[in-house]
Design a binder for this molecule. Structure first.
Ligand code: IPD
Ligand code: CA
Ligand code: CA
Ligand code: CA
Length: 269
């Protein structure tokens, strides 16, 4: 078994790899979108860039740390030595934004050790904005340490959300949100889960929730939010991602969680 490096060392491997990946995504966007296909449903799109960026990142990680595993959205899981690092990658988070030329899509790369995310970087590839975090080392943007919002009143919460590609889940979540909209300040849907979680870390959103996120959507951004003081969890003590990802400042998490438990169980009614 190879030695496990410290979280900041893993972050220093991840950041240049993610920057190169962001540059590749941006370049491919400028050259024009090719090979748009659908995956699980007609709304679930993938482009040649999603796959090319994932391959580039996997190759770079392989070269840097050959024994590590990688879980990526497009090519799934590759094996690793027992006890080694597992990298969790979303090569392009926000593929629909990418497709339409909306300037918000991200590379999200996290390092997990023993099932715990210890380092993460999220880069908005369209703008170059970059968020990083290490477990216990804080969340950062441009040398600035991040703190989540200090909001304590659910009625004043600016809530981010997102929708996965499964039609039934979308309809259910839409019904939940139709109820929630009268209990919060307002709701935003930007289309990039990793950036939404970084926005919670930065206090640009008070809170965020989405049903049915995958690890590559929330691993890096979830660490940014947590290290900025937010609580990131699932419903009824479930780990984030198993059923739902809820990210909120400590004073809001319980109230939002309980409202979601109630509305989710009632099917949004
Ligand atoms: C999607 C985005 C979106 C979220 C979806 C994700 P993709 O990721 O993060 O904001 O609502 O659940 O699947 O497919 O663009 O990488
Ligand atoms: Ca996708
Ligand atoms: Ca994603
Ligand atoms: Ca993706």
């Amino acid at each position: 078994m190879s030695e496990i490096p410290a979280a900041d060392e893993l972050l220093s491997i991840a950041v240049p790899v993610a920057r190169e990946a962001a540059a590749r995504a941006r370049r491919m966007r400028a050259e024009g979108i090719t090979d748009v296909e659908t995956k699980s449903t007609r709304t679930d799109v993938v482009t040649a860039a999603d796959r090319a960026v994932e391959r580039q990142v996997v190759d770079a990680l392989r070269a840097a740390r050959p024994g590590d595993g990688v879980l990526g959205e497009e090519y799934g899981e590759s094996s690793s030595e027992a006890g080694a690092v597992r990298w969790i990658l979303d090569p392009i988070d926000g593929t629909v934004n990418y497709l339409y030329g909306l300037p918000s899509y991200a590379v999200s790369l996290a390092a997990e050790v023993g099932g715990v995310v210890v380092a993460g970087v999220v880069i908005n590839a369209a703008t170059g904005d970059e968020w990083t975090a290490t477990r216990g080392g804080g969340a950062w943007r441009d040398g600035r340490r991040l703190r989540c919002s200090a909001q304590t009143d659910l009625a004043q919460v600016l809530l981010g959300t997102g929708f996965g590609y499964d039609a039934k889940r979308r309809a259910h979540q839409g019904a939940v949100l139709a109820q929630l909209i009268t209990r919060v300040r307002d709701i935003r849907r930007f289309g990039v889960a990793s950036l939404d979680l970084c926005a919670v870390g930065e206090g640009l959103l008070d809170a965020y929730y989405e049903k049915g996120l995958n690890p590559w959507d929330h691993a890096a951004g979830g660490l940014v939010a947590t290290e900025a003081g937010a609580i990131v969890g699932g419903l009824l003590g479930a780990p984030p991602g198993l059923d739902m990802v809820v990210a909120a400042p400590p004073a809001i998490f319980g109230i939002l969680h309980d409202a979601l438990v109630e509305l989710d169980a009632a099917g949004g009614a």
